[in-house]
Design a protein around this ligand. Structure first.
Ligand code: GLC
Length: 422
């Protein structure tokens, strides 16, 4: 069982699905949010983009409508990415959205919409800064390749600036649900920063990428092994394979890959932050809107298997068969399990190999078995299985519509009369 905080932060275990938004000047070159580091663009050219940033179609309600329809319960917004450009009205650098062609406080507009709709708002903030003269850009990963003439690298001065900015962010924009620090490249440690944030925003959750100890871990773009997380976890993943910011010719993941990834992370007890990168005009690419419709419809159909259901995959054996006298190894029916009371949810987060799953070592028949995706009833049997050579009867769920759901992820619900032993 993932330990609880036993305070207001436990709302983390109810808000399972969030929208991550990477948006800034980098939407204009439309290649990658780190075009300055991964690409050829020069800082002096990039910084001119401020005069072109004019997202006349930005409508925070449209973003939140999209998130809500997909079943998402919070939004996490990039207030300042590595480029150093600030998406709010900050008094600590000129390099902010008030001085762009748009000239409006984007974060303020988003925060106002969130407050009006009672939709939790989380803030992303990058530790490295490719613009601020005090950030020591020493050419480490996620850093510029050296200081510019006139820069005064000084990590303490830089963190004084960070402290001022975090004070603004935590006092001017209403309740903040989470603070998402990113990449503490300089490995600067200062526990008092998180303490200050917690004082200004009681109950806030802080991630593990900042200058102090955080509340939850943040695996990114990969699906860890195992049946259950041991710590509070929020995985993040973008819809685009190459970039978190808008990329004009992005290669998008398939909806099925994302559904499999969500299913796996959530069945392990983790939360899921799914990212879109809005276009320079503030709208969301049609590919993202369509994907969120598909993923959201699936999520709504199966979400009762997450919520406050707990990971229970250790109830089921991984059905690995090693043929005696040979090196042949077969793995069948890899599933994950969540549980609420006497209901078990079986997650087919990998493509099912057949139209049945064998839930070894279970050998009780459920009162009812349903396919959560569409509510249809499923057939079960408890009987001897030829493959499980002379073992004992096991529970099988049969006639799964594996081909019909080849583009999706099936989740089965098994309701038992008796209490299941742990
Ligand atoms: C990585 C990337 C960064 C992105 C973040 C999202 O740290 O460097 O660009 O914002 O992941 O989690």
């Amino acid at each position: 069982m993932i330990p609880r905080f036993k305070d207001a932060r436990d709302v983390f275990f109810e808000r399972r699905f969030g929208l991550f938004v990477h948006w800034g000047l980098y939407a204009i070159p439309a290649w990658h949010e780190q075009i300055l580091w991964r690409g050829e663009m020069k800082r002096k050219d990039y910084e001119q983009l401020i005069h072109r940033f004019n997202p006349v179609s930005f409508d925070p309600d449209a973003w939140l409508d999209m998130a809500e329809q997909a079943g998402m319960q919070y939004i996490c917004f990039t207030t300042k990415h590595h480029d150093g450009f600030c998406m709010w009205d900050t008094q600590y650098t000129e390099y902010n959205v008030m001085n762009s062609a748009y000239g409006k406080d984007i974060l303020g507009m988003l925060a106002e919409a969130c407050r009006r709709r009672n939709f939790p708002l989380s803030l992303y903030y990058s530790c490295p800064d490719w613009h601020h003269p005090n950030y020591p850009n020493l050419g480490r990963h996620h850093e510029m390749f050296g200081p510019r003439p006139g820069d005064e690298p000084d990590i303490d001065k830089y963190y004084a600036f960070v402290r001022n900015q975090l004070t603004e962010l935590c006092t001017k924009y209403g309740p903040i649900y989470q603070l998402f620090w990113d990449v503490n490249v300089a490995e600067h440690q200062d526990a008092s920063l998180n303490e200050m944030i917690r004082e200004l925003q009681p109950g806030i959750l802080i991630n593990d990428r900042g200058p102090g100890k955080g509340d939850y871990s943040t695996p990114e773009r990969h699906v860890p092994e195992g049946g259950s997380f041991t710590k509070p976890t929020e995985a993040c993943q973008a819809l685009g394979r190459e970039s978190w910011g808008y990329k004009a010719d992005e290669d998008y993941y398939s909806c099925k890959f994302i559904m499999q990834s969500i299913d796996k992370i959530m069945a392990m007890g983790g939360n899921y932050l799914l990212n879109v990168g809005p276009k320079p005009d503030g709208t969301i690419a049609v590919e993202n809107i369509e994907a969120l419709k598909t993923i959201g419809a699936w999520y709504h159909s199966v979400k009762e298997s997450f919520g406050d259901a707990v990971p229970a995959s250790d109830m089921i054996f991984r059905d690995e068969i090693v043929m005696e006298g040979s090196s042949n190894r077969m793995v069948r029916d890899e599933v994950l399990v969540t549980r609420r009371g006497n209901a078990l949810y079986i997650h087919l987060y990998k493509d099912p190999q057949s139209r049945a799953v064998v839930l070894k070592p279970l050998h009780a028949a459920p009162r009812k078995a349903t396919l959560l995706n569409d509510g249809r009833e499923l057939e079960t049997a408890v009987d001897m299985i030829p493959w499980a050579w002379r073992e004992r009867p096991y529970l099988r769920v049969r006639n799964l519509p594996a081909d019909e759901y080849a583009g999706s992820v099936m989740v089965l619900k098994l309701e038992f009369d008796e209490a299941l032993s742990e």
